[in-house]
Design a protein around this ligand. Structure first.
Ligand SMILES: [Mn+2]
Length: 359
């Protein structure tokens, strides 16, 4: 049985959520998680480590390549295969061009598809690296494995218009046992147990929701079995807080504190406020930023007005006309906000001018 790990899009050097208080910690954590993967392999060696592009977020510094080289050298029983993606493409002056890797590492150094045979494991690994940040030609669609028995694995990066488009139906029929994909940060199977995006090792962007880690696989008697091994230190999560007419700032903050405690204080949250608040209660959602790693607050809540009742009461006045102008199905969140903000100021103006008179 052959055991392997497939990972991609580590993006060493990335600084997620730039400007947020936790941002620099995360820059270091991305390295740390990568080191933990290697430490895990050191303890429990696999036959192959496939890295399907964007190991680095940008051109690697020489000292960064040295560190990665040393990490690979510390797992001599594992053969490492590495391609460069669109972020860490092999620029003309890239240190990738001159770096000498340890013996157990194969770096695919050109945009030309190459096949490397590992005779003692009856394995064939295919790959190419980006030499430019954008490739609009489908470089992988014509690739076919050599006609020899064994485990045939292709490393491929991209899959969208500007990044090596791929015809997955053709690739699925090309004859590879496994296609280890990189570029999409969301782990997912394009074709079950055959064409798979490992996703980024750590989530890098507030839209990278869900679990992140690497793919653990085996190959035996012609069949590949896989599982996603969650490994990231943090996750991005959407957190919906539903408010009601009785919700005060205090209860809102308690609600958030409890949720963050339950789901984990390290995780990074996008707060979505929903529901109806009493027009007399003033909530200050921006104060929630202090209660956790809050990357964004979307306030979709509305004041709890009875629009029909208000319309009846103010028909023929500016307030009535105003309500009527919004009377339609499927209002967007922004339109609803406009309606309620407008109402709020019209109603308070009404108070100032002494009650129910034509405005
Ligand atoms: Mn990429």
């Amino acid at each position: 049985m052959i055991r392997f790990i497939h990972l991609s899009d580590v993006h060493l050097g990335a600084v997620p959520d730039r400007g947020c208080p936790w941002s620099h910690e995360r820059e270091e954590e991305i390295w740390e998680t990568f080191r933990r993967v290697i430490a895990g392999i050191r303890k429990n060696p696999v036959d192959f480590l496939f890295i399907a592009g964007d190991l680095f977020h940008r051109q690697p510094l020489l000292r960064e390549l040295r560190e990665v080289g040393e990490l690979f050298a510390s797992i001599p029983e594992t053969q490492v295969f590495l391609v460069a993606g669109d972020h860490d493409y092999i620029r003309e002056d890239s240190f990738y061009r001159s770096f000498s890797w340890p013996q157990n590492v194969t770096f695919f150094a050109s945009e030309e598809q190459t096949c490397v045979e590992i005779p003692q494991k009856q394995t064939f690994v295919y790959g190419l690296s980006f030499e430019q940040p954008e490739i609009r030609t489908p470089l992988y669609d014509e690739c076919r494995p050599v006609n020899k028995p064994g485990f045939h694995v292709m490393l491929a990066h991209g899959g969208d218009v500007s990044c090596c488009p791929m015809d997955f139906t053709r690739l699925a029929g090309a004859g590879f046992d496994y296609i280890a994909l990189g570029h999409s940060h969301k782990p997912h199977m394009v074709s079950r147990d055959r064409i798979v995006y490992a996703g980024s090792l750590e989530p890098l962007d507030r839209n990278d929701l869900g679990k992140h880690g690497y793919i653990e696989g085996t190959y035996e008697n012609g069949s590949v079995k896989l599982r996603l091994r969650p490994f990231a230190l943090r996750s991005y999560q959407n957190l919906v807080l539903t408010v009601g007419p009785d919700t005060t700032q205090y209860t809102l903050e308690e609600m958030l504190r409890n949720e963050v405690m339950k789901r984990g204080g390290r995780n990074i949250y996008r707060i979505i406020l929903q529901g109806r608040v009493s027009p007399d209660n003033i909530l200050l959602p921006e104060r929630l930023h202090a209660l956790g790693n809050i990357v964004e607050i979307m306030d979709e809540s509305c004041p709890d007005y009875d629009l029909e009742e208000l319309y009846r009461q103010y028909r023929g006045t500016l307030i009535g006309d105003y309500i009527k102008s919004f009377d339609k199905e499927g209002m967007t969140v922004v339109e609803k906000k406009a309606l309620y903000y407008g109402l709020q100021s019209l109603l308070s103006a009404k108070v100032l001018t002494g009650g129910r008179k034509r405005l």
